[in-house]
Write a protein that binds this ligand. Structure first.
Ligand SMILES: Nc1nc2c(ncn2[C@@H]2O[C@H](COP(=O)(O)OP(=O)(O)O)[C@@H](O)[C@H]2O)c(=O)[nH]1
Ligand SMILES: [Mg+2]
Length: 253
């Protein structure tokens, strides 16, 4: 069994990609299930096989602890850790080959609190990978792209499990704009040029410093463009994940 966590900033396309990747893997005759770890999800574009909302109710928390929606969401995300064992048992009882895990809408509730890495570790003992989503429309600006790069590096440092990176919603950009971003991911020099071309003054100096950090940390990986709408790129994402799980690519950083 392989566990794949989809992680990215709010609205980056985690839930729709969970739906599409699950559907696509089914057409490839894979025994796959979708797990939602988002207690705050109102509606989902798929029917989860395991749903954290069966165990944790944000409305219930609001009433019981007299919290507003934000406080209750934070508490709900923390409470997932206590349900890790139960969720793990539910997943294992379905005996799937592949598990796609949709994570809480706001990335920081999962990634930057104690619960996320704990859950990732304790859910099951099976091999795991993280797919980090770069929202393509947001990342088309080189400085936004760099912010995303740092976020993904921070994520890797928190989870320390093999991580691959996709450029989500690729149907929303022209092929030319997509190529630009993919080039930045493959070649930091091209990113540096884009930053130099578009910025001036302090912002340019600052971004130069950031580029040095990127070079020093060796933050380099190839982004895979995917669309959860048209299914473009899912075959490439699947090939990357297979390489991770068969031991080809142990770590991407
Ligand atoms: N055009 C397009 N829209 C997408 C794609 N993936 C997600 N979206 C839309 O982006 C919005 C946020 O997606 P969602 O999956 O809920 O993001 P999440 O917060 O990361 O789970 C929704 O309106 C989706 O329909 C995609 O590949 N292409
Ligand atoms: Mg979502």
């Amino acid at each position: 069994m392989f566990i794949i966590f989809l992680i990215g900033t709010a609205g980056s396309g985690k839930s729709l990609l969970t739906a599409s990747l699950t559907n696509w893997l089914k057409t490839q005759k894979q025994d796959v299930i979708a797990v939602s770890l988002d207690p705050g999800a109102f509606t989902l574009p798929y029917t989860p096989d395991v749903d954290v909302r069966d165990f944790i109710s944000v409305e219930g928390i609001m009433e019981k602890y007299r919290l507003g929606p934000n406080g209750a969401l934070v508490m709900a995300a923390d409470l997932i850790a206590e349900e890790a064992e139960r969720l793990g048992r539910e997943i294992e009882s379905q005996k799937p080959d592949v598990v796609i895990v949709d994570t809480p809408g706001q990335m920081e509730l999962f990634a930057f609190r104690a619960s996320g890495p704990y859950i990732a570790k304790e859910l099951t003992k099976e091999p795991k990978a993280v797919v980090y989503l770069f929202d393509s429309v947001f990342s088309a600006d080189p400085l936004n792209y760099v912010s995303n790069l740092f976020l993904s590096a921070a994520l890797y440092n928190r989870f320390f499990i093999p991580q691959t990176h996709v450029l989500s919603k690729c149907d929303l950009l022209s092929p030319k704009d997509l190529d630009f971003i993919v080039d930045w991911s493959a070649n930091p020099k091209k990113l540096e040029t884009a930053i130099e071309d578009r910025l001036s003054g302090m912002r340019r100096l600052l971004s130069r410093d950031m580029m040095h950090v990127i070079h020093r940390l060796g933050l380099r990986f190839l982004l895979t463009p995917v669309s959860a709408k048209t299914y473009e790129g899912l075959i490439n994402l699947n090939a990357t994940l297979e390489r991770i799980f068969t031991g080809g690519d142990k770590f991407t950083y």
